[in-house]
Design a protein around this ligand. Structure first.
Ligand code: DSN
Length: 421
């Protein structure tokens, strides 16, 4: 009998060719976008399973369709595992991804027009933390806090406190998608308590690193709500989770379904359960430590080679390189140059960037995916050297070709999980 792949090849050669091409791209090059990772083969298998056929509106034990014996099992397991890992009282594992996850959390606890504090986009916040172009930015009144470039990107908590006292936010959001430091959750919680605000930490980038014990857990500082995607440092499927104290359980669950979403994607919920079980093991803890060690090694090598890093380094899995001041090229040219040597990164705005988002001043790099392949500090040093040389010689096609061969040779020794050589 033909395998599923063979059937796809026969019935839709165009999609099959694109799939095979993407597999080759992922295997031959190295993924350094900090929000991406290579998921587990077991997660891929679960995502491509018959759970995708099932509608399961509702929650375990309270569904609007029949045939829920096995979907109830997987969702209950996913919730239990999430609660254990993050030490929280409730977990909703149905959000389809990060943006709907944050929207569901805000809509559960806020009224339109309420004031919310969140980090400015160019300083490291996310679109869903109140960027004016997002629907959430228009629905609520956002007060944005910033980092202090003069203090290597630390947050000025006196300024946050003054803003909170002035604006009396209903919620304070702390979270980031391009901030190379860990958050100091304690001061946020103290300020929120002083003004009676709910605390929400969006740890989408670092959810895995928190689960693996490598970074601080906002619940340990008394946070009310924690949101996280499941695919980044967690290595699960694309998806989101809302974790909270019991008192918010009903509001959160009603907001996800029926408030914002219909049927959850049960193949995704099953795959989330699989990734959460993996995150409970000692290998995952070791992986998380190595992600941070690799980020330190990469940052050190880039700094030693003359690159300027926003915040002067990293305390997590990512870093932002100011390409204009380091190499006199913008982030778009830097991204395209690294693409030519099989290193994938993304262009990135830097704090208060004078340049527009499609031609910003920086790039963002991260180590979760390379670490998944087994790369360690020596490989980070090779990659840093290749990047520095390429970014300085971005117009020199022959040098880029030589560097591309070197990166591909390195990658050939580190297979990607789930992609057969
Ligand atoms: N797109 C994700 C990131 O790259 O950080 C966040 O949504």
């Amino acid at each position: 009998m033909a395998s599923a792949r063979e059937l796809l090849q026969q019935s839709d050669p165009a999609i099959f060719r694109a799939l095979a091409g993407e597999e080759m791209r992922q295997a031959q090059g190295v993924e350094m976008i900090p929000s991406e990772n290579y998921t587990y083969p077991e997660v891929l298998a679960t995502l491509g399973s018959v759970f995708t056929n099932k509608y399961s509106e509702g929650y375990p034990g309270r569904r609007y369709y029949g045939g829920q014996e096995f979907t109830d099992t997987i969702e209950s397991l996913a919730r239990q595992r999430a609660k254990q890992l993050f030490g929280c009282e409730h977990a909703n594992v149905q959000p389809l991804s990060g943006a709907p996850m944050n929207a569901a959390a805000y809509l559960a606890l806020l009224e339109p027009g309420d004031t919310v504090m969140g980090m400015d986009l160019s300083h490291g916040g996310h679109l869903t933390h109140g960027a004016p172009v997002s629907h959430m930015g228009r629905l609520f009144r956002w007060v944005r806090y910033k980092t202090e470039p003069s203090a290597e990107g630390r947050i000025d908590f006196d300024a946050v406190r003054r803003a909170a006292l002035e604006h009396s936010p209903r919620m304070i959001v702390c979270g980031y998608s391009s901030y190379p430091r860990d958050y100091d959750y304690g001061p946020f919680k103290e300020i929120a308590d002083e003004v009676g605000a709910i605390t929400l930490a969006d740890v989408s980038h670092i959810g895995g690193l928190i689960a693996g014990g490598a970074l601080a857990n906002p619940f340990d500082s008394g946070f009310d709500i924690v949101t996280t995607t499941t695919h980044k440092s967690m290595r699960g499927p694309r998806g989101g989770m809302i974790l909270c104290r019991s008192k918010f359980r009903l509001a959160i669950d009603k907001s996800v379904f029926p408030g914002l979403q219909g049927g959850p994607h049960m193949n995704q919920v099953a795959a989330t359960a699989v990734a959460l079980a993996k995150a409970q093991g000692p290998d995952f803890r070791q992986y998380c430590r190595q992600v941070l060690d690799n980020a330190q090694a990469l940052a050190r090598a880039l700094l030693a080679g003359g690159a300027h890093l926003v915040t002067g380094g990293t305390a997590n899995h990512m870093m932002v390189v100011d390409c204009v001041s380091s190499f006199e090229i913008n982030g778009r040219i830097a991204e395209e140059t690294l693409d030519r040597i099989s290193i994938t990164c993304n262009k990135q705005v830097i704090p208060d960037d004078p340049n527009p988002p499609l031609r910003p001043s920086g790039i963002r790099l991260g180590t979760p995916a390379a670490t998944t392949r087994g790369m360690r500090e020596p490989e980070m040093e090779v990659l840093a050297r290749c990047m520095l040389e390429a970014l300085r010689a971005h117009g020199d096609g022959a040098r880029l070709e030589r560097l591309n061969a070197e990166v591909q040779e390195l990658c050939s020794a580190f297979p990607v999980p789930g992609i057969e050589a």
